[in-house]
Each structure stands twice: as structure tokens, then as C-alpha cells.
Write a protein that binds this ligand. Structure first.
Ligand code: DQA
Length: 145
């Protein structure tokens, strides 16, 4: 099984960015944690991070025919981007939305997720472990096919 893990804007600054919300671990720590979990699950995982909406759309399109699942933390684009929603719908790849923080407990503008209706699941408020849970959800979906 090949999975693509996509992270949106400002997640490259994990560890520096608002550590009281996102923790002190870095983006590199996140990659290591997810890579180790993927190894144990016998899953091949690739990573992509961008601060640019169009680059995220391009990467989702390029995933077509290559990956069986996508784990995506669209970050701020969760709450603004119809383009990311359309990209996930376009490729039809099972996708799970992840948020490190529990966005339900945060500002009103974070209560909208455009991408959610195209996603097979959402994991939020579980820190970096949420990405591993998302991979497990995708494994069940792919194995169930
Ligand atoms: C986030 C939550 C978003 O509201 C925020 O814009 C982010 C990160 C999270 O992982 O908790 O950048 O997606």
C-alpha cells in the first residue's frame, strides 16, 4: 500500500509555531514518527508539505494512479479552500483529514472544513498520533476493497 501524507501551510514550522497548541516537536519529528509507524504497518509513505494552495492541488492531482490513500492536514486551507476539496474529489483517492489540534474547541472560523465532505474520515486533537490513526483508517478502507 502506498500512501501520501500532505501537510499544508505553516506546518513546516512545527516546533516553533505556537508550541502551546501544536507542541514542541518539529516537522522532521513528525516525518520520523509517521515513517516508523508506516514501516511497522508495511506501508510505503511519501511526504509533501507546501505553503501554496496550487502546489497542494498539483500534488493531489499527481497522486492519481500512484497512491491508494492520502492523509492530509490542509492547515489553514481547511477553512478556505474549495480547490483542495475539488482536487480530492477529482482523483477519487480515499483521503483522511487530520488536525493536530482539536479545531472544534477553537475559533468560529475553524469550524468550517471544505475538504471534509470528500474525506473518508477526520482525526483531530490527537497530536502527531492522529496521522498514524489516519493511516490505520486508510488501511482498513484499502483492505476492505
Ligand atoms: C491545523 C488547524 C488549522 O485550523 C490551522 O490553520 C493549522 C493547523 C491543525 O493541525 O490543528 O494550520 O490544521
Amino acid at each position: 500500500m502506498k500512501l501520501l501524507v500532505i501537510n499544508g501551510p505553516n506546518l513546516n514550522m512545527l516546533g516553533i509555531r505556537e508550541p502551546e497548541i501544536y507542541g514542541k516537536d518539529t516537522y522532521e519529528d513528525l516525518i520520523k514518527l509517521v515513517s516508523d509507524a508506516a514501516d511497522k504497518m508495511n506501508v510505503h509513505v511519501d511526504f509533501f508539505q507546501s505553503n501554496h494552495e496550487g502546489a497542494l492541488v498539483d500534488r493531489i492531482q499527481q497522486a492519481y494512479g500512484v497512491y491508494q490513500g492520502i492523509v492530509i492536514n490542509p492547515a489553514a486551507y481547511t477553512h478556505t479552500s474549495v480547490a483542495l476539496l475539488d482536487a480530492v474529489k477529482t482523483v477519487g483517492i480515499p483521503t483522511v483529514e487530520v488536525h493536530i489540534s482539536d479545531v472544534r474547541q477553537r475559533e468560529d472560523f475553524r469550524q468550517v472544513s471544505y475538504i471534509r465532505e470528500a474525506c473518508a474520515g477526520t482525526v483531530m486533537g490527537k497530536g502527531f498520533a492522529g496521522y498514524v490513526e489516519a493511516m490505520e483508517i486508510l488501511r482498513q478502507i484499502v483492505d476492505g476493497k
